[in-house]
Ligand binder design. Structure first.
Ligand SMILES: [Zn+2]
Length: 313
């Protein structure tokens, strides 16, 4: 693991030795996706290298390199953004904003913290593009969070700002049977993790329909929170919660929940409930790309350089 990080950092410093190198790399990724004129929707543009701007071939409207992306309103240089990208994609575990600030030698914490949250949002937007399908596990986990000042007064005295936030977790999980031994196992592909603030059936219905395709077969425990599930998936199967179910039918969701909890506790200690979804987005984004290796960095830049995908960042 350590070696893998060092390799990435070495390659990074060779490839991105200057602000200009980062800008050219970002431009290459934007070019791949095409520029759409904000004024006339024309897709043909010329590059004005002296200004670092695209110019619409039809109405001459100019679009900057950062326009429409999460970098648009940021004063941070591309080089700083790129340093943050490498820190956020180099390891499975991730880094806290405090640690990244220290490593890249930034004076102020806030711009680093803000940039990292924008990147997490862009990761979430990217993963929201597709829904889970086929055989699915669906379960929920409690995450320890802290609560913003404004809502603290509603919590019991003595319990401080502690809070538990419920999260819905789903995983594509295909049952496999070894033909020779008859031993059963499951292989898993993509995950989704979404905060469900009230965890009422009605709220879960909305979240789940946005996560999964209607032709899915979904396994859950017998919680009443999933009572309406059969209305919008092909088959809903449920089993009473037990150790056996945890280790078989809901194996991957349980692994994802416990790994996420351990990761958050180790890296961030206590997460503000307001930002839990962002941390889950980063965790799920990397989990879904667990076999990408070194390509993760490039894929992250691709996601971030897409103005449509990062428009709510
Ligand atoms: Zn135009």
């Amino acid at each position: 693991m350590k070696k893998e990080i060092i390799m990435n950092i070495l390659e990074f410093t060779q490839q991105f030795s200057s602000e200009e190198a980062c800008k050219y790399h970002f431009k290459a990724h934007r070019d791949k996706q095409g520029i759409i004129c904000a004024k006339c929707k024309c897709t043909k543009h010329y590059w004005i290298s002296t200004k670092w701007m695209y110019e619409c071939s039809s109405c001459k409207y100019r679009t900057s390199l950062k326009k429409g992306t999460i970098l648009e309103h940021s004063k941070l240089p591309f080089y700083t953004w790129y340093l943050i990208f490498i820190f956020m994609s180099a390891t499975k575990k991730g880094f806290s904003a405090k640690e990244v600030q220290r490593q890249i030698g930034m004076k102020r914490y806030e711009p680093v913290w803000r940039a990292m949250h924008k990147i997490r949002e862009a990761m979430g937007v990217r993963d929201d593009r597709y829904k889970l399908a086929d055989m699915l596990e669906l379960d929920d986990g409690f995450f320890e969070t802290s609560t913003p000042e404004s809502t603290k007064k509603n919590l019991k005295r003595g319990r401080g700002s502690q809070k538990q936030t419920k999260v819905l977790v789903s995983a594509e999980s295909t049952p496999l049977e070894d033909i020779k031994t008859g031993k059963k196992s499951t292989s898993c592909r993509y995950f989704k993790m979404k905060v469900s603030p009230s965890f009422e059936a009605k709220e879960n219905d909305q979240i789940i329909t946005a996560l999964i395709k209607p032709n899915s077969v979904v396994m859950t425990d017998q919680s009443t929170s999933y009572i309406n599930l059969s209305n919008y998936v092909e088959i809903h199967m449920s089993e009473k919660s037990s150790k056996e179910v945890t280790n078989t039918s809901l194996k991957w969701t349980h692994i994802a929940i416990s790994n996420a909890k351990r990761n958050f506790l180790g890296v961030y200690h206590k997460i503000n409930a307001k930002y839990l979804q962002n941390y889950l987005d980063e965790f799920a984004y990397k989990l879904n790309r667990r076999y990408f290796g070194d390509r993760l960095f490039d894929r992250l830049v691709l996601a971030i350089s897409n103005p449509v995908l990062s428009s709510n960042g």
